[in-house]
Every structure is written in C-alpha cells, then in structure tokens.
Design a protein around this ligand. Sequence first.
Ligand code: ADE
Length: 342
Amino acid sequence: MTRERIVSGSQVTHDEDSVQLSLRPKLLSEYIGQNELKDKIKVTLEAARGRKEAVEHVLLYGPPGLGKTTLAHIIANEMGTKIYATAGPALQRTGDLMGILTNLKEGDILFIDEMHRLSPTIEEFMYPAMEDFKVDFVVDKGAFAKVINVPLKRFTLVGATTRAGMLSAPLRDRFGLYYHIDFYPTSELKEIVVRSAKLLETEIEADAAEVIAGRSRGTPRIANRLLRRVRDYAAVKGDGGADADIAVKALDAEGIDSLGLDNLDRKLLKVIIEYYKGGPVGIEALAATLSEEIDTLVDMVEPYLLKIGFVQRTKRGRVASAEAAEHLNMKLPDSGRQENLF
Ligand code: ADE
C-alpha cells in the first residue's frame, strides 16, 4: 500500500534514516509511545478521511531521532497517499520546489525536514503554496519577466524542525497542527528495542533490552543504533544471544556510559566544569573550545543534558550542575555555583 518516493537522491540528506527504514513502524498502531500525540493524530486523520480532504499542514518539532520522519511516513501510509521527502538546506532554488509542488496530487504529503534551515526566498515562495495552494513563479528576466500563477493540488506539508523557535512567525502560523515530540521514557524505549530485535531476528534478553533502553538518551534512533552494536558484540564475543552482561560490555566498549552519555557529552561537561569553572559560558565559546559546530551542540548534545538536569541554560550562558560533576567524579568549583543564579 505504501507508495513512497524520494524526490531525488541528492536532496535527501538523512542516510541514517534510510538505513533504519526497515525498523520504522508503518502504521500508528505499530508506533510505540507518544500516546497523547498518537491520539491527536488519530483524530486528525479520521476527520480528514471523513471529509475526504487533505490533512492540514503539520509542524512536528522536537529533538532529533524521536520519530518526526517516521510520523510523516505514517501519516502518508494511513491516508494512502504518496510522500515526497526533502530537507530545508536541499531546497536552494524556487525551481527545485516548483517541480516538486506541481507534481503533488490531492492529499499527497510533502515532508520537509529541517524547516528552520529554509532560505528566506524559499520560505516566501511557500506562503501562497501553503495558504492558497498556488505559487507565483517568475519566468524570464528583466523587461521580459512575467509572473505566472500556478494552481496546485491540495497537498499536506509536514514540516519537521528541532528548533520551532527559529521558524518565522508567518511560516509557523501557516501550519494548522503543531505536534511536539518529547524524549521517551525507558519503559517505551525497552519496548522499541524488543520490537526492533525481533525485526532484526536478534535474540535479546529482557535485561539486555533494559540496559540498552537506559543508555539511549530517551531517543529511539539511539536505541536502535545501540541495539545493532550489542548485536555485533554478541555475535563476535558471545554466542549470538545478548544478555545484560554482554549489553553492558558492548556499550562500555563504545564509550556509552550508564546514563547514555558519550565522549562528546562528557567532554562538554568537563569543559564547563574545569575550564569554565562550572559556567556560565556562552554556547559560542563552548563550541570553539570543543572544536564543534554550535548547531551540533544545540541540536544533538544539549537537549538531553538539559532534560536530565546536567546543564542549565541561564541568561549568561550554560552552567553545569552538581549532579553532572558527581556523575563524572569531579567537583564543581565553588565560584561556578555562585554564578548559577538566574
Ligand atoms: N522505531 C523508532 N521509533 C519507534 C517507535 N516510536 N515505535 C516503534 N518503533 C520505532
């Protein structure tokens, strides 16, 4: 039933996603967790089906790896429509988008990942497409320039972003539905690991699934990645089956600690605690000290550290908590704590 198509190889930026496609649930009933969100989506889809209309434009926002792309595919599957997937940075010229938009049929889904990275020109081009299902396309140049008004079929834009705050208000306002996806509790991640292990035909004990879930930073994509590492380790160092002992050894060997923190997380915390005496430190300075992109820290590293209270954001910058220092067997300098006032 799935009629999925990718716009073009070069425009699809998430290789990791396609590797994991086989583990992705295809229907809402297969999707584990996010129950409130699933209930809302069910109502939306049923209402649209009842009216025989396209679903309203949807904005999915939340940290990476929690299932935004998966949900976009599920919406298409459940509606029996095609999905065309692309990402903000891949859309450079209005011509790129023109080709995609004019090919959409009634009810088709256009999935744009990293919506916050759309160029202003593309963003403006999208306004009439989203609101009135038409685009104004300029042909020719100079004195011969003409604006052609091209009608579109009623499609659904599913936009995904890790930073809803970075979308302009006019763009945000053109979405009828906002769905926030939050980190998963360990119990749900455990279910996801068990489901994925079945699909991968890997034997895994409940305790091992729990170890993986506990080190997955609330994130299904990480849970699935760690499951593959444990599977490899069990195949090479064990007898194929994964128990808790194998899971702990495999993940320790990967540098993933008991809370799921990896080298970069620990490095970031150490830099705040040691180098910046506990903080506050601006994200720019942190990125420079760590030789990392600001976006990597803000999108991939920080959200979970904020969630577990290891880092706090203050007006004057990031500060590390006493719990973070304790986890790393370090001591927070006293002066750092003084600064930790909002
Ligand atoms: N794989 C990734 N995310 C999932 C989810 N929420 N439910 C089931 N399988 C998943």
